[in-house]
Design a protein around this ligand. Structure first.
Ligand code: NAG
Ligand code: NAG
Ligand code: NAG
Length: 336
C-alpha cells in the first residue's frame, strides 16, 4: 500500500520535472555554441535549465547503454554526466584504449541520439569510488612525481591525457561548438578537499589547470566542482545533498550549478541500503532552482557495477544500487 502510494508520488514528481524540461529543453541533437551569464547556460543563444543524471559508461556493458539512456530520457533528463576514467583509457604510458566498455565516443553518440546533452567530467583525478581515483598505477612510478599539485611530471601526464581525450572527442565533432552534445567539460575534481595541504602550490596548480583547460579551445565552458574560487571563466559547482542551502556564490558573474545531487549514498561493505525519498530529492531540487540554480545532476542516475578490480578499496561491487535505475538498469520502484 505504502509502496503504491510512493510510486504515484514519484510519478507526480517526474511529471512536474518533465513539464519543466519540455518547456526548457528542446530535443536538440545538433547543439551549437555554449556560453553562460550569471543566470544560466546559454546554448545557441537560448537559456537552458539542465536536468542531468550521472551514468558511468565503464560501469555497464555497452549492450545496456541504449536502454539506460532511453530510460534516463523518459525519466525527464535532458543531459547525461559522466566522468572519464584515466586508468581505463591509458593502461600504459602513451598507450590509449577507447574500445569496448571504454568506448567513450560510442557512449556520447548514444547520448546525442537520445536528444540529450552531455557533461564530460574529465578530471583526470575523479575519485568516483574508482580504483586509485582514476589514476593509472604506472603514474606512481614516474620519477619525482607528486599528484595534483604544481609538479612538472604530474602536470605533463595530466595534460597529455586531457588533450588526448579532447582530441578523441573533437575528431568525432562531439563538442557543442562542433554541433555535438557536449555542453560542459570539467577539469580537476573536488580539489578544495586537499588544496590546503599544498599551500601556495595548490593555488598555482588550480590556476595552471584552468589555463591548460582553456587552451584546448573546446568552445564550451569548463567547470570545477567544489572549487568556490574557480579561476577565470571556469564555473565553480556544488556537490552535496542540499545545495540550495549550502552553496555560496563568490563570483556574481557565474551561474549556480549542482554537479552532484546525491540520490543516495554509495555503500561500503556492511552498510545498509541508503535511500533518499523522491519527496526529499524533489524538494531539494525545487529549492535549488528557487535559489537561482539552473543545472542539477542526479548522482547517480544509474550506478551499475564495479567490474573486475575497478571499485575503490572500500566500496561494494554494485554502485549506487538505490539510484533511480538499479545495478541492472531496472527502474528502482521496490525501494519507494
Ligand atoms: C560557433 O561560433 C563560431 C563563431 O561565432 C561559428 O563559426 C560556429 O559555426 C559556431 N558553431 C556552431 C555549431 O554553431
Ligand atoms: C611546494 O613546491 C616546492 C617546489 O616543488 C616544494 O619544495 C615545496 O615542498 C612545496 N610545498 C608544499 C606545501 O607542498
Ligand atoms: C538533490 O537530490 C536529492 C535527491 O536525490 C534531493 O533530495 C535534493 O533536494 C536535491 N537537491 C538539489 C539542490 O537539487
Amino acid at each position: 500500500m505504502k509502496a503504491a502510494l510512493q510510486v504515484v508520488r514519484l510519478a507526480a514528481v517526474l511529471f512536474v520535472i518533465g513539464c519543466f524540461v519540455s518547456i526548457a529543453a528542446a530535443t536538440v541533437v545538433r547543439v551549437g555554441n555554449v556560453t553562460y551569464d550569471d543566470r544560466s547556460l546559454i546554448v545557441n543563444g537560448k537559456r537552458e535549465l539542465i536536468f542531468s543524471g550521472s551514468i558511468h559508461y565503464p560501469r555497464s556493458p555497452p549492450a545496456l547503454w541504449p536502454d539506460l539512456l532511453e530510460k534516463a530520457k523518459q525519466g525527464g533528463l535532458n543531459a547525461i554526466s559522466t566522468y572519464v576514467f584515466w586508468n581505463a583509457h591509458e593502461p600504459a604510458p602513451g598507450e590509449f584504449n577507447f574500445e569496448g566498455q571504454y568506448d567513450l565516443v560510442k557512449f556520447i553518440k548514444l547520448v546525442q541520439q537520445n536528444g540529450m546533452y552531455a557533461i564530460l567530467r574529465i578530471g583526470p583525478f575523479i575519485q568516483a569510488e574508482w580504483n586509485h581515483g582514476g589514476f593509472p598505477y604506472w603514474l606512481r612510478e614516474i620519477e619525482g612525481i607528486t599528484f595534483r599539485t604544481n609538479n612538472d611530471p604530474f602536470k605533463f601526464y595530466m595534460e597529455r591525457f586531457v588533450r588526448k581525450v579532447i582530441e578523441v572527442m573533437k575528431k568525432e565533432n562531439l563538442f557543442a561548438s562542433q554541433g555535438g552534445p557536449i555542453i560542459l567539460a570539467q577539469v580537476e575534481n573536488e580539489y578544495s578537499n586537499i588544496a590546503a595541504a599544498f599551500e601556495g602550490n595548490g593555488t598555482e596548480y588550480v590556476q595552471w589547470a584552468a589555463n591548460m583547460a582553456h587552451s584546448t579551445n573546446i568552445g564550451v565552458p569548463w567547470i570545477m566542482c567544489k572549487q568556490k574560487d574557480a579561476p577565470g571563466t571556469v564555473i565553480p559547482t556544488c556537490n552535496g545533498r542540499n545545495c540550495g542551502d549550502t552553496f555560496v556564490r563568490k563570483d556574481q558573474t557565474k551561474p549556480i550549478f549542482w554537479t552532484e545531487n546525491w540520490t543516495a549514498q554509495y555503500r561500503v561493505f556492511g552498510d545498509p541500503p541508503s535511500q533518499r525519498s523522491a519527496e526529499d530529492i524533489a524538494f531539494a531540487v525545487v529549492r535549488f532552482f528557487s535559489k537561482m540554480g539552473t543545472l542539477t545532476n542526479y548522482y547517480m542516475y544509474h550506478g551499475g557495477t564495479n567490474f573486475d578490480r575497478n571499485g575503490a578499496a572500500f566500496v561494494m561491487t554494485r554502485y549506487y544500487d538505490e539510484a533511480p535505475l538499479d545495478e541492472y538498469g531496472n527502474k528502482n520502484l521496490w525501494l519507494l
